[in-house]
Design a protein around this ligand. Structure first.
Ligand SMILES: O=c1[nH]c(=O)n([C@H]2C[C@H](O)[C@@H](COP(=O)(O)O)O2)cc1CO
Ligand SMILES: [Zn+2]
Length: 164
């Protein structure tokens, strides 16, 4: 057998696949988000998913969203760290300047600030279900101003199965 395999996954499938696998670690009952930061030469630098900060137990802190407005202290929003921020903070190797981030949901305004300031230059996102929210609109406003490129992942339709 001297020919190479032809059905290997491409870079985009690989990195969005890693982001999706990372999202599977999330304890959020409603929205699981995963992120994978990749260098310009396609090396994985970091990964993250949405979760509570270290030491903040998933058993003690609230994962509900229904009290967001009436009782925000007992809803998840004040506590959950977004996947993109976790991926940025998880990186201990130095600079993320010029890197790309693959993420399963379009980054919010807070993550956009962190992405811009970290020097990440490209966002490849899978879903944009909150596109009409002020948060995502503000995010795009900042990303556009800062020259961060973003585009939607184009699904290949390939099913990648792994048994663990
Ligand atoms: O960019 C994001 N990254 C991210 O990790 N998240 C997380 C925070 C919450 O745990 C969850 C959103 O919850 P919900 O869809 O129920 O409002 O997703 C939410 C966003 C918003 O775009
Ligand atoms: Zn965010």
């Amino acid at each position: 057998m001297s020919e190479k395999r032809e059905d290997y996954i491409n870079w985009d499938e690989y990195f969005i696949g890693v982001a999706k696998l990372s999202a599977r670690r999330s304890k959020d009952p409603n929205t699981q988000v995963g992120a994978c930061i990749v260098s310009e030469d396609n090396k994985i630098l970091s990964m993250g998913y949405n979760g509570f900060p270290r030491g903040c137990s998933d058993e003690d802190f609230p994962w509900g969203k229904e009290f967001e407005l009436t009782d925000p202290y007992n809803a998840k929003y004040l506590y959950s760290t977004h996947s993109e921020l976790n991926a940025i903070l998880n990186y201990r190797g130095g600079s993320l300047e010029g890197s790309k981030i693959y993420v399963t949901l379009f980054p919010c305004n807070e993550c956009a600030k962190a992405i811009i300031q970290a020097g990440i230059k490209t966002i490849i996102y899978e879903e944009d279900k909150y596109a009409s929210s002020p948060s995502v609109r503000a995010s795009k406003r900042m990303l556009n101003a800062a020259g961060v490129r973003y585009y939607e992942y184009q699904p290949s339709g390939r099913k990648i199965e792994i048994t663990v």
